[in-house]
Ligand binder design. Structure first.
Ligand SMILES: *Cc1c(COP(=O)(O)O)cnc(C)c1O
Length: 421
């Protein structure tokens, strides 16, 4: 349920017409609905109300500090995968005790930064990483709390590029080896074991893979407790899918109810790391038609947003609904919506039925709140677009559109290339 809707054939977000914002800030831009974000968070949070839990929003899905702040204000924590994301979360005012840190390639400087800030825990992804965290903690002079991210080897039945919990994926520690790794970690002076973690993939539209992973983690927790290894947190990661097209993912309540029931008397604080399900359908990308052309009966709509702004269609062949901001009665055609980037892989949508559009018309790329702006780049030296947040009848630019100066910031011409005076 979101707060994007048509009023008299014109797309509104909450109480503001999208056209009005486009007129003020120019195109393209990402547009987020605060009410939708809060609603999604609260539904998810409430779904776990019967058990001790912490909802750590996955900041890689959308890391704008204003968006993080919206969630932190609702009581959320943050799931990070880098020092940069920790910095953002702290800037947004997160309680460090609600931060969990995942990722296969944590650097020492990042680890020390997180230990100094006393985050809740590291989700450790390899046996070498445990040693490095232990050493870093020794240097910082504080203990590091950890969970092992185990790879439960379950098939999440999603796109192969966003599946993470299969043996062949690079993530986590093989569940069959994890007991030994826990035993080794237990011996280390600067490590406090506090939990078990897994994250099996993204855009998952069935409950069964989550339950399979939970079953395997439960068995592991039993074994660990037999050896007096303290497990008080059970982190089940993120991954719950959303509707982009015709997917029918479980409702968060259904998902939570099934997990809680299956967990039984687990006596752990649940940690969840949702990203997409909170922010995906709370954001859109608004773009403008630059040109329309047809070659040999094939129609192209060239828009001013490209794969550098939203890479999901190119990267994963993801589907995003594309809708005219102002609906019209013109004849329906089949068209490819493409960007201005010099790559054939630069498309937003292919073979879509949509009303004939003309130069200057606005298009809304729906469900673009997650893995949209965070994956944007400056490819083709395109300034990254503005981000706008709506709350009721007001809108706020939460990230300015980049300028040409921004895109060369930090670059320097070495002395030998400078003109001699
Ligand atoms: C990406 C990621 C998430 C969030 O996944 P969603 O599918 O957006 O919910 C959570 N945890 C970890 C470790 C991740 O890498």
């Amino acid at each position: 349920m979101d707060y994007f809707r048509y009023v008299d054939n014109e797309l509104w977000c909450e109480d503001v017409p999208v056209t009005k914002i486009a007129g003020d800030v120019g195109t393209p831009f990402y547009l987020y609905s605060c009410r939708t974000i809060e609603r999604h968070f609260n539904v998810f949070d409430q779904a776990f109300a019967d058990v001790p839990h912490m909802i750590c929003f996955s900041s890689k899905s959308n890391s704008n500090i204003a968006i993080l702040k919206v969630l932190i204000r609702q009581g959320g924590g943050v799931d990070i995968v880098s020092g940069g994301e920790l910095y953002r979360a702290l800037q947004a005012g997160v309680d460090p005790h609600k931060v969990v840190y995942s990722g296969v390639g944590k650097r020492e400087d990042e680890i020390k930064f997180a230990i100094e800030k006393e985050i809740l825990m590291f989700n450790v992804e390899s046996s070498q990483e445990i040693e490095v965290i232990n050493a870093c903690a020794g240097q910082v002079g504080k203990k590091a709390r950890i969970a092992l991210r185990v790879n439960p080897d379950v098939d999440p039945m999603t796109h192969p590029h966003i599946s993470t919990g299969l043996k062949e994926n690079k993530f986590g520690i093989d569940i069959n080896r994890s007991l030994d790794e826990y035993r080794r970690a237990q011996q280390l002076d600067n490590i406090d074991i506090i939990g078990v973690d897994c994250h099996i993939g993204s855009q998952i539209t069935e409950i069964s893979p989550f339950l399979d992973a939970l079953d395997r983690l439960k068995k592991l927790i039993d074994l660990l407790r037999e050896e007096n290894i303290n497990i008080s947190y059970l982190d089940l990661g993120g991954g719950l899918g959303i509707t982009y097209d015709e997917e029918t993912p479980p409702h968060p309540t259904e998902y939570a109810t099934a997990l809680i029931k299956r967990a039984g008397n687990i006596d752990c604080t649940f940690i969840l790391e949702p990203g997409r399900v909170i922010i995906g359908n709370a954001g859109i990308l608004v773009s403008q038609v630059l040109y329309t052309k047809d070659s040999d009966g094939k129609n192209f709509i060239v828009v001013d947003a490209g794969m550098n702004d939203l890479i999901r269609p190119s990267l994963y062949e993801s589907y995003h609904q594309v809708q005219p901001v102002i609906q019209n009665e013109s004849p329906v055609i089949t068209a490819d919506v493409v960007g201005p980037i010099c790559e054939s892989g630069d498309f937003i949508a292919k073979k879509r039925s949509m009303p004939q559009l003309k130069r200057g018309d606005l298009l809304a790329v729906m469900s673009a709140g997650a893995y949209g702006f965070t994956m944007a780049s400056n490819y083709n030296s395109r300034p990254r677009v503005a981000e706008v947040l709506i709350q009721d009848d007001r809108y706020y630019v939460i990230r300015k559109r980049e300028t040409y100066e921004d895109i060369i910031r930090g670059e320097e011409i070495p002395e030998f290339l400078k003109e001699k005076e």
